[in-house]
Design a protein around this ligand. Structure first.
Ligand code: GAR
Length: 201
C-alpha cells in the first residue's frame, strides 16, 4: 500500500508510522509522499534526511484552501498514494481532498472523539475535568474531527496532570495506534458502513 502523510510540525506520528514500515509492523507498504504545510517542519526534515519524497507546499502560494488541496491532490496522485494520513496536519482538508480520498484519508486526534474536537484537545479535556482521555484515528469527512471512528486508545487523567504531561501520555498511545490502524488497513481488515467502522481480525 502506498502511504502519503500530511503534516505541519514535529511529525512524531509520521516518525512512528515510518518506524512501523521499516520494522515490518506495517508489512506491505511504503511511504510515497510526505507533504508539509509549514516550512522547516521537523517531520519534513526527518523525511528528507531519510531519502523519502518530502515536500513543502506553501498555502500562501494558492488563492484558496480548495486550490491548495487541488495541488496536494495532484502531488498525491502523481506519487500513487492509496491512503492519506493526516498526522499533526494543522489545516482543515477541503472537500477537494476529502471527496477524492473518502474512506482512504485518516486523521489522528488527541482525544476520545467526539469529545474535544478542534484545537488544544488535551487542554479542553483537562479544563472539562474528564477522568479518561486518549486518542482517536478516524476517517476524515467534511467536518472537523467528525468522521467515522476507526480505533481509540484511552489514558487515565491524573489529578496532577498538566497539558504537557497529559499530551505526552496520549502521544505514546498515538504512536501505537496509527501504525496499528495502518497495518489493519493494508490487510483490508477495515470496513466502513455509514458511521460504523468494522475491524475483521
Ligand atoms: C498530535 O498529538 C496529534 O494528535 C495532534 O497534533 C499532534 C501532532 O504531533 N493533532 C491534532 O490536534 C489535530 N487536530 P506530531 O506532529 O508529533 O505527530
Amino acid at each position: 500500500m502506498n502511504i502519503a502523510v500530511l503534516l505541519s510540525g514535529r511529525g512524531s506520528n509520521f516518525m512512528a508510522i515510518h518506524r512501523a514500515v521499516s520494522d515490518g509492523e506495517i508489512r506491505d507498504s511504503k511511504i510515497v509522499s510526505v507533504i508539509s504545510s509549514r516550512p522547516g517542519a521537523k517531520g519534513l526534515e526527518y523525511a528528507i534526511e531519510r531519502g523519502l519524497n518530502g515536500k513543502f507546499l506553501s498555502p500562501k502560494d494558492y488563492a484558496s484552501p480548495a486550490q491548495y488541496d487541488t495541488a496536494i491532490a495532484g502531488e498525491l496522485e502523481a506519487n500513487g498514494a492509496e491512503v492519506v494520513c493526516l498526522a499533526g496536519y494543522m489545516r482543515i482538508a477541503t472537500e477537494v481532498l476529502v471527496d477524492r480520498y473518502y474512506g482512504r484519508i485518516m486523521n489522528i486526534h488527541p482525544s476520545l472523539l467526539p469529545a474535544f474536537q478542534g484545537l488544544d484537545a488535551q487542554k479542553q479535556a483537562l479544563e472539562y475535568g474528564v477522568k479518561l482521555s486518549g486518542c482517536t484515528v478516524h476517517f476524515v469527512d467534511n467536518g472537523v474531527d467528525t468522521g467515522p471512528i476507526i480505533a481509540q486508545r484511552g489514558v487515565d487523567v491524573y489529578d496532577n496532570d498538566t497539558v504537557k504531561s497529559l499530551s505526552e501520555r496520549i502521544l505514546e498511545q498515538e504512536h501505537l495506534l496509527y501504525p496499528y490502524v495502518l497495518s489493519l488497513f493494508e490487510q483490508g481488515k477495515i470496513k466502513v458502513e455509514g458511521r460504523r467502522v468494522y475491524i475483521n481480525q
